[in-house]
Design a protein around this ligand. Structure first.
Ligand SMILES: [Zn+2]
Length: 371
């Protein structure tokens, strides 16, 4: 298989590099356009790959925004309000593109513009209402997005300042604005960058990916009013064309079952710590091994029932913002913190603490009871 980039690399985009490489290397003539588009997408992603390997903020993020107390104060009792700006790259790769819809403006004739606007709004609303977080930085940061980026670009990513969406190649991938979980996933990378700062490599990198899948799924469930039992637990549902044998990019509750397709191959995510994948690819398998904590989270949510953002979602957010995670925290340390957070919020022998510990035990990570 071709290796378009020789180094361990970072990838803030929703479609993992191994999937694009599968498409890029297909010789099926029915997917000639997709292979070409995937090759170009891989090349285009390369400059974005550097920052998470070091666990540092990307240099292109620019200066910090003003701290909360330097910003105009909101009126007392006012809920945080989003400040969305959607731009159109019109098939070019220049950012940000032409500003086409600002906060409060009516829908345009462009579906991708409206889907991006709505998805950013859903993400903002869940973080504000459920976690009392005022945007990604908890200081009212504007939510910016660019749609129609590049020529049939096969990805969507968060560049530290904005969400960027490609239109997809049309043969394997449709556009990326359709999936709320994709939008929530990418914006959650921004939240992790400003909280736990999990280093984007190996186990801490898989936890970084996991946290984004958690909040991506929660945003979608919140927007659709789905409880844990009726949720799909899919990440990226709707991004594949009908030609693909697949439901989504990942399944949180059944890792390894999201797709099984002639071109894409079979979803490679492991669902148990015994099957943890040691690899130099994909930053040490960050998009692969995230299946293990994903399954623990989804199982705990289903065991508890109700809306996941009110149960395990709060516990995970407590952990993310606790200050107790290290950039290099591994699966066992993270699991221990989630049980501890459940005990602090609900009691040492609470059903919440038990459900979280049960979820981890099912994927092969036993959390010893606290004394
Ligand atoms: Zn990601």
């Amino acid at each position: 298989m071709p290796r378009p980039f020789p180094h361990p690399s970072t990838h803030p985009a929703i479609v993992p590099p191994y999937l694009l490489m599968r498409i890029a290397s297909t010789d099926d003539p029915a997917y000639a356009d997709a292979a070409e588009a995937a090759r170009r997408s891989l090349l285009r992603d390369a400059p974005l790959r550097e920052f998470r390997a070091a666990g540092e903020l990307p240099s292109f993020m620019g200066p910090e925004r003003p701290a909360r107390d330097e910003r105009p104060a909101a009126a007392p009792g006012t809920a945080p309000q989003p400040d969305r700006r959607i731009s159109d790259a019109e098939g070019d790769d220049k950012l940000p593109g032409r500003l086409v819809r600002r906060e409060g403006e009516p829908p345009t004739a462009d579906t991708a513009v409206n889907q991006a606007y709505d998805g950013l709004g859903d993400t903002f609303e869940m973080f504000a209402r459920v976690f009392a977080r005022d945007s990604i930085d908890d200081a009212g940061m504007p939510l910016e997005a660019t749609v129609h980026y590049g020529d049939r670009y096969d990805n969507a990513f968060w560049d530290g300042e904005r969400m960027v969406f490609g239109d997809g190649d049309g043969e394997v991938f449709r556009g990326f604005t359709e999936s709320i979980s994709v939008i929530g996933h990418e914006l959650a990378h921004g939240v992790t960058e400003r909280t736990a700062r999990l280093r984007y490599q190996g186990q801490s990198g898989a936890l970084n990916e996991h946290v984004s899948d958690v909040f991506g799924a929660l945003v979608e469930q919140y927007a659709k009013g789905q409880d844990a039992a009726s949720a799909t637990w899919l990440i990226g549902e709707g991004v594949f064309t009908d030609a693909v044998d697949g439901r989504a990019i990942r399944s949180m509750i059944e890792p390894g079952t999201a797709y099984d397709d002639d071109v894409l191959g079979r979803d490679p995510q492991p669902d148990h710590f015994d099957r943890y994948i040691e690899t130099d690819e994909d930053n040490g398998g960050v998009h692969l091994n995230s299946g293990i904590p994903n399954r623990a989270f989804a199982l705990a949510a289903v065991e508890l029932g109700g809306f996941a953002w009110e149960t395990v979602g709060r516990i995970w957010y407590d952990v993310l913002t606790s200050g107790r995670l290290k950039p290099t925290s591994n699966f066992r340390e993270f699991a221990r913190e989630t049980v501890r957070a459940a005990q602090e919020r609900h009691g040492r022998t609470s059903r919440e603490a038990r459900a979280v510990a049960n979820g981890w035990a099912t994927v092969g990570i036993e959390v010893p009871p606290t004394p």
